[in-house]
Design a protein around this ligand. Structure first.
Ligand SMILES: NC(=O)c1ccc[n+]([C@@H]2O[C@H](COP(=O)([O-])OP(=O)(O)OC[C@H]3O[C@@H](n4cnc5c(N)ncnc54)[C@H](OP(=O)(O)O)[C@@H]3O)[C@@H](O)[C@H]2O)c1
Length: 251
């Protein structure tokens, strides 16, 4: 009997990370569910996942030390790591017109640390064990904001744009070791983080940004994650996949 593959999903207690964990478990992966503040939700998710062996792991992935320990803990628990899904992230509102200088700098540092450095630190940590295995997949959740600009969150937009670029660079650097690297760029997706902002902007106005006339569902991103994590996508690497209902192509 073959040993199930192991997927580490960051930010898995909520939204897109949670949906990714559900889809990966349904596809037969054993899931390492990373959480930061939502331990209760992470433990509840374990009960919901198909299959056995899933475990929850605390880490504040913005901390380089926690990121290193997270990968060590997952490898210690399973002795393998096949897929990393970098879903943890946060939209930090910023206003260049009104912020004071100190706030401006601190928002940039925080946003770049969480939305760019955290996924790259984790990619660094998983690269060597994956190289030893001769295979692995790294899936970065970026954003359509990387292409469209984020006037109310420039650091977030820049971080996601940097992560798209790093996805391409790492795909080139790691491809000869059997490691594929992808970015998924969602648009508005109905998650606990995004829903209040969608309500503020007006549900219908946001839906109208896509020719499909609706907002994305977390499960649609989760299913795409599971597809990329599977064995049918091994010639696809360095790809940035726009899962945003064509809303990044402005009307
Ligand atoms: N929803 C959208 O419309 C949308 C669009 C484009 C891109 N995205 C991207 O999709 C990803 C998921 O977003 P979401 O909408 O699903 O948000 P969400 O529902 O808030 O989920 C994000 C998860 O990340 C976790 N997280 C945040 N900072 C963390 C840290 N330092 N260490 C560990 N976990 C941390 C959060 O945990 P805590 O509760 O503990 O903070 C939360 O569980 C993000 O990268 C986001 O930028 C979302």
């Amino acid at each position: 009997m073959s040993v199930p593959k192991v997927a580490l999903v960051t930010g898995a207690a909520s939204g897109i990370g949670r949906a990714s964990a559900i889809a990966l478990a349904a596809a037969g992966f054993t899931v390492a569910v990373n959480y930061r503040s939502k331990k209760h939700d992470a433990l509840a998710l374990l009960e919901e996942l198909d299959g056995d062996g899933h475990q929850a792991f605390y880490a504040d992935v913005a901390s380089a030390t926690d990121a290193e320990k997270l990968v060590e803990d997952v490898l210690g628990a399973y002795q393998r790591l096949d897929v990393l899904v970098n879903a943890a992230g946060q939209f930090t509102p910023q206003d260049v017109k009104s912020a004071d200088y100190e706030q401006w700098q601190s928002d940039w540092q925080q946003s770049l640390q969480l939305n760019l450095m955290a996924p790259l630190n984790l990619a660094f940590q998983v690269a060597k064990p994956m190289m030893k295995q001769g295979a692995g997949k790294i899936i970065n959740i970026t954003s359509r904001g990387a292409f469209r600009g984020e006037p109310t969150a420039p650091a977030y937009g820049a971080a996601k744009s940097g992560l798209n670029s790093a996805t391409q660079s790492l795909a080139l650097a790691l491809g000869s070791h059997g490691i594929c690297v992808y970015a998924i760029a969602p648009g508005w997706t109905e998650t606990p983080a995004a829903s209040p902002r969608i309500r503020n902007q007006g549900w219908d106005d946001v839906a109208a940004q896509s020719p499909l006339g609706r907002i994305g569902r977390p499960s649609e991103i989760g299913n795409l994650v599971a597809f990329l994590a599977g064995s049918e996508t091994e010639y696809l690497t360095g790809a940035i996949i726009d899962a945003n209902g064509a809303s990044y192509l402005r009307n």
